[in-house]
Design a protein around this ligand. Structure first.
Ligand code: NAD
Length: 479
């Protein structure tokens, strides 16, 4: 099935007639083509967005809200179709797409549809001056949204929904690896009555289509989620043009387990936080540190549970681990398993490609647990972004804090303990944008979301996203 660009409410082939193959990771076959859009396609998307801007930015909040909530309802009504498309495009179990990806994409539209009606700005009375200042929060204009392949529609809408809610018009690009649900979203937006040109979706490679978006002189803000190297490049291009930037980048998150935790809950959640979505979630706890007194017990119990995970075709109901997203990604993850061996890591389970009957060319890999000799080794420092976790013991709170913070990333951390004082101490000192205590990936859309260090700049989520997608203007009136 071929995908087209969604520009000014209509579907278009790329002007240069330049196409890229779209692969199904579960069987390694090409099942369609997507535009590799040129600068001219991006320009057309921009022109459509610019033309729609005066109307959309002046549309009443209730009307904007109504349309976004309608998009959310239509996504829910099309749950099965979208979940199937997401699973086919990405390789994730359809059960996951149905339970998480598509419902959360719908929640993004619903949440920001409501949030914009509650978004207030400040006023400051300057006492003694007989003056009042108030802040206007105005739409930025035309903004660019660029997203990765791991949670395709979920992260695409995480940006688009607040951008639209705040009154901007959008030129958006999903990952070229997983373009399908973004394509289907165009149809839904038309059905929901989103005016033409308010949202434009262009498909193509990062280096060409993405580059045209970030270089565009009149696309005033870029919200980007993806790898740290790409984020660095985008910052270099966008900063001299004074674009507003939100960068949600890579992670190498610690999962810190103390002996006083609720063991069963921790064990089950740790299996999830390690391998959900084939470990391809920026928030996965890929470095597991376990207090030495329970280390051996944990190792035995964890490995036993991981061995029970079923690697299989994404459409099968009992599949826990589907296919990795692409051949090149599978090769990258396998290369890290070799690096672990070269660095004297011990593969406690997994480590091998899996052949699934009938789908021999799919990109399947066993969930892999590596016991590492020290926290400095490459598999403990570099983002692998696959079904691979490292494991090592710690002896004291200070030790584990130091190891947890000793990576270039700082996206999220998970802490398992029932000691309140320790919780407070460590939560304060862990260098990350999010700390989960006795849980993982429990998301409340009102909370700030983002990372520190090489995990990004800026925060999205809740009113933070609405702040990002608006310009604050101060008006000072003397009376
Ligand atoms: P990526 O950086 O390769 O690509 C992300 C997007 O950027 C894609 O749409 C790609 O086409 C585009 N892109 C690439 N080069 C570009 C350029 N020069 N100009 C403009 N756009 C360009 O990342 P990926 O491999 O798709 O995703 C995996 C990465 O995303 C991992 O590092 C993961 O940690 C990160 N991630 C972060 C978060 C978060 O919230 N912090 C969430 C999910 C994924």
């Amino acid at each position: 099935m071929n995908i087209q660009n969604y520009i000014n409410g209509n579907f278009h082939n790329p002007i240069d007639n330049n196409w890229i193959d779209n692969y199904n990771p579960s069987n390694g076959e090409v099942y369609g083509q997507i535009p590799n859009s040129s600068t001219e396609d991006v320009e057309n998307a921009y022109i459509a967005a610019k033309s729609a801007l005066p109307g959309w930015s002046q549309t009443g909040l209730e009307e904007r809200s109504r349309i976004l909530i309608r998009v959310s309802e239509l996504l829910e009504a099309n749950l099965q179709r979208f979940a199937e498309a997401e699973s086919k495009d990405n390789g994730k179990p359809i059960s996951l797409a149905k339970a998480i990806d598509i419902p959360r994409a719908a929640s993004n539209f619903r949440f920001f549809g409501h949030a914009i009606t509650q978004f207030a700005s400040e006023s400051h009375e300057s006492t003694g001056q007989q003056a009042i200042n108030y802040t206007l929060r105005q739409p930025i204009g035309v903004v660019g949204c660029i997203s990765p392949w791991n949670l395709p529609l979920y992260l695409f809408t995480w940006k688009i929904a607040p951008a639209l809610a705040a009154g901007n018009c959008v030129v958006a690009k999903p990952s070229e690896v997983t373009p399908m649900t973004a394509y289907l979203l165009g149809e839904i937006c038309n059905e929901a009555g989103l005016p033409k040109g308010v949202l434009n979706i262009v498909h193509g490679l990062g280096g060409s289509t993405g580059q045209a978006i970030i270089e565009h002189p009149d696309i005033k803000a870029i919200s980007f989620t993806g790898g740290t190297a790409t984020g660095t490049h985008i910052a270099k291009v966008a900063a001299p043009m004074f674009k507003k930037l939100s960068l949600e980048l890579g992670g190498k998150n610690p999962n810190i387990i103390f002996a006083d935790c609720d063991y069963e809950d921790m064990l089950n959640t740790t299996v999830r936080s390690s391998f959900a979505n084939q470990g391809q979630i920026c928030l996965c706890g890929s470095r597991i540190f376990v207090e030495a007194t329970i280390y051996d017990q944990f190792k035995t119990d964890f490995v036993a549970k991981v061995k029970q995970l079923k690697v299989g075709h994404p459409s099968e109901a009992d599949t826990d681990i589907g296919a990795l997203v692409s051949k090149s990604h599978l090769d990258k993850v396998k290369a890290y398993i070799q690096i672990a061996k070269d660095e004297n890591g011990t593969i406690l389970c997994g480590g091998n490609a899996v052949t699934v009957n009938g789908y021999e060319n799919g990109y399947y890999l066993e969930p892999t647990v590596i016991e590492v000799p020290n926290d400095d080794c490459r598999v403990n420092q570099e983002e692998i972004f696959g079904p691979v976790v490292t494991l090592m013991p710690f002896h004291s709170e200070d030790d584990v804090l130091q190891m947890a913070n000793k990576v270039k990333y700082g996206l999220s951390a998970t802490l398992w303990t029932n000691n309140l004082k320790r919780t407070m101490r460590l939560s304060n000192q862990l260098q990350s944008g999010i700390v989960w205590v006795n849980t993982w990936m429990l998301r409340d859309l009102r909370t700030p979301f983002g990372g520190v260090k090489a995990s990004g700049v800026g925060r999205e989520g809740g009113f933070e996203a609405l702040r990002f997608f608006t310009e604050a203007k101060n008006i000072c009136i003397k009376y």
